[in-house]
Design a protein around this ligand. Structure first.
Ligand code: NAD
Length: 446
């Protein structure tokens, strides 16, 4: 099938490459000319396991192409994906200006029937807005071309995006149109061979399904973080509690890790957006509001623990930070807990010496060059001359470090572990002040 994807970000690029890899003829359109140029040279703008060879190969064999020429993109595809960003507006609701701009572009250039697929995460009612925009432009052109707007939210996880798209748990499609249904079946048939993964529903339910999924996952995290705070105050160990509840098959072990708060490009903005949607229809989403506020407090925890240990005296201190991305296997730092920590440290007059296996370029791009930020080449060099070590991201290379070296390198033997990577008892024996999350044996009480 001829497919066009608007927006070459995490979602658009991965989806496009995966569709191209099974034989679809895919053109990607973006407004960022330098991104398009780099992609044509084989330079992939994001780190995602397995993505680089997939993009390079499909581009080389002509299945995947990149352009800034929107007209060419619209003319190409029978199906037109909208996979642009939906960042939070000033009030937290999803900003639809990029989505609607693409809708306008499609309507301006289309000369034959199209199926327009909302792949971006968009609030309930967006497909109607996209339809209205396209109808308005078509009527201003005195054209009466058939089109269908389908909701097809994306559930990929950064860090495992390629395999998630290759073998999706489910493919949710919101449409009430028979033809659109058939086209979506054909488009996804290569990913649907083992068993039927397609779940058809009405458009509004599909739009809400995406928010419900992300809000449920964010709720699990905030729930565990709340339990971890109680565990600290009650002298219990959240890790024991985690095992204790995860063994219940109704609860399960997935997504119940306590930590220093959720980040990323999806959970924070999607919870916020659904809260705003609820407010807009005079409903108070008490649970979602609590999920947000627990997460906000949790993200302050790393700084609060350091501040407690140094008795409010962080000015001039050098803090080693391991991990900058919001989770392992990605270079994405959007809403990362490390950002909250670093910004609080700078406010308090401390310096940061940080290492991340993939996100240092991104960190440099966000913060630029500054005297109080040193990005160093190894986790060990981050320790040189540092006063304390903080772990923000659970990259596997941080799991079994050389504690002797850490002990010798740090001016103060303190580790603040936002991911519960270490055993509090062992670290205590080695003479460390260890602040985990919700560990009965750690010193954390903030
Ligand atoms: N990142 C994830 O893990 C993830 C997972 C599921 C769903 N989503 C959702 O998918 C959507 C895209 O997210 P992302 O992380 O890929 O975004 P992103 O910011 O990485 O990429 C968006 C891209 O769209 C481009 N763009 C903006 N306006 C455009 C236009 N008019 N025409 C063509 N291109 C345009 C931008 O230049 C950019 O390259 C969001 O709604 C997000 O919530 C993201």
């Amino acid at each position: 099938m001829k497919v066009t994807v608007f927006g070459i970000g995490y979602v658009g690029l991965v989806q496009a490459a995966v569709l191209a890899s099974v034989g679809h003829d895919v053109v990607c359109v973006d407004i960022d000319a330098s991104k398009v140029e780099e992609l044509k040279k084989g330079n992939i703008p994001i780190y995602e396991p397995g993505l680089t060879p997939l993009v390079q190969e499909t581009y080389k064999n002509g299945q995947l192409n990149f352009t800034i020429d929107a007209k060419l993109g619209v003319t190409h595809g029978e199906v037109q994906f909208i996979a642009v960003g939906t960042p939070p507006d000033e009030d937290g609701s999803a900003d639809l200006k990029y989505v609607l701009a693409v809708a306008e572009t499609i309507a301006t250039h289309m000369n034959e029937p199209k199926i327009i697929i909302d792949k971006s995460t968009v609030p309930v009612g967006t497909a109607d807005k996209v339809s209205a925009k396209i109808s308005a432009v078509l009527s201003s052109r005195n054209e009466n071309i058939t089109f269908n707007v389908v909701s097809n939210p994306e559930f990929l996880k950064e860090g495992a995006a390629v395999s998630d798209c290759m073998k999706p748990d489910r493919i949710v499609v919101g449409t009430s149109n028979e033809h659109a249904r058939d086209v979506m079946r054909e488009l996804y048939a290569p990913f649907n061979r083992n068993h039927d993964r397609m779940i058809f529903m009405d458009v509004r339910s599909a739009e809400l399904t995406k928010y419900a999924a992300n809000c449920m996952l964010a709720t699990k995290i905030s729930f565990m973080n709340e339990m971890s705070n109680l565990a600290e105050l009650l002298g219990a160990d959240i890790e024991a509690v985690r095992h204790g509840i995860g063994s219940d098959s109704r609860i399960g072990y997935q997504f119940i890790y306590p930590g220093c708060g959720y980040g990323g490009s999806c959970f924070p903005k999607d919870v916020q957006a659904l809260v705003r949607t609820a407010h807009g229809i005079d409903y108070k989403p008490a649970l979602l509001e609590a999920v947000e506020s627990v997460n906000y407090a949790q993200k302050q925890k790393l700084f609060n623990n350091l501040n407690t240990y140094f008795k409010g005296n962080l000015a001039g201190k050098i803090i080693a930070v391991w991990g900058l991305s919001f989770k392992p296997q990605t270079d994405d730092m959007r809403e990362a807990s490390a950002m909250v920590l670093m910004e609080s440290l700078w406010q308090a007059g401390a310096k940061v010496q940080a290492y991340d296996p993939e996100a240092m370029e991104e960190c440099q791009r966000i913060y630029g060059v500054r005297d109080d930020l040193a990005l160093v080449g190894t986790k060990e060099s981050a320790l040189n001359g540092a006063d304390a070590l903080v772990i923000c991201t659970e990259w596997s290379q941080f799991r079994a470090p050389d504690f002797e070296l850490i002990s010798q390198s740090l001016n103060h033997k303190i580790i603040v572990d936002g991911r519960n990577l270490y055993d509090p008892k062992l670290l205590k024996q080695r003479g460390f002040a260890y602040y985990g999350i919700g560990r009965g044996d750690s010193v954390s009480k903030s």
